[in-house]
Design a protein around this ligand. Sequence first.
Ligand SMILES: [Fe+2]
Ligand SMILES: [Fe+2]
Length: 274
Amino acid sequence: MPTLTEMAVDVLTAADGREKTAKSRAHAATWFAARAAGKPIPLGDAQAPLRPSRPAHPELLDPRDVPKRKPGSPQGRIALLHAVAHIELNAVDLHWDIIPRFAHVAMPPGFYDDWVKAADEESKHFNLICDCLEALGSFYGALPAHAGMWRAAEDTVDDFMGRLAVVPMVLEARGLDVTPGMIAIFRKAGADQAVAALETIYAEEVAHVAYGSKWFHFLCGRHDLDPKDAFHTLVRRHFHGALKPPFNDEKRAEAGLPPDFYWPLADQPVPGTR
Ligand SMILES: [Fe+2]
Ligand SMILES: [Fe+2]
């Protein structure tokens, strides 16, 4: 039986997207079956690669060179789904990477439960969006995608709290802001399969942000840090650029992210304070 860090490395070193998500889902099932049986899988000490393996396609381009397409056209909607698939595949790797990367930091078993569950859900999200692309005659890899999505991982490679601040509490929280608009685009186009997939993603991503906030606060408590101040310091250190309103205040609150965490990092003044 492999250790949890060996399972993570097995996912991270799988290049093909569908193969990566199949391994991810199988390992998650093994982890939770062992937890339910009262025989948890040991963490082990397998080392994460600096970068995860990726398929030969999509071609990865500088964000400025990725063609912009209008979502009003069928091609534009395929491009939007393709971008979401790319984000979800990165999310699978980000969730598995944190386990071996910071295995030297002692954490309660519930931390690993949360990350393995989120990794399993990201794998489901990638598969759902790939199914949508394939139903529309496309596939993941058919279009170029953003390079540099792994930058957040590399920038926080030796900063566990920085990783939690930037990945779940900034990047995944941003997903809560933009997903309702995407759902509206596909609903208007009558694209039921994509609407259903995005609604699943929207519902499950709230918990991913909440896991980030929960364990960030846990570590602040361990180190006697003020969570809001620590969050601001770490996001300014590791995240490049300001946070972009409008924010989904309701879902962010549900995920344990209050306005005084994110508004001071925005590129606009807090509403009503000018
Ligand atoms: Fe996701
Ligand atoms: Fe997520």
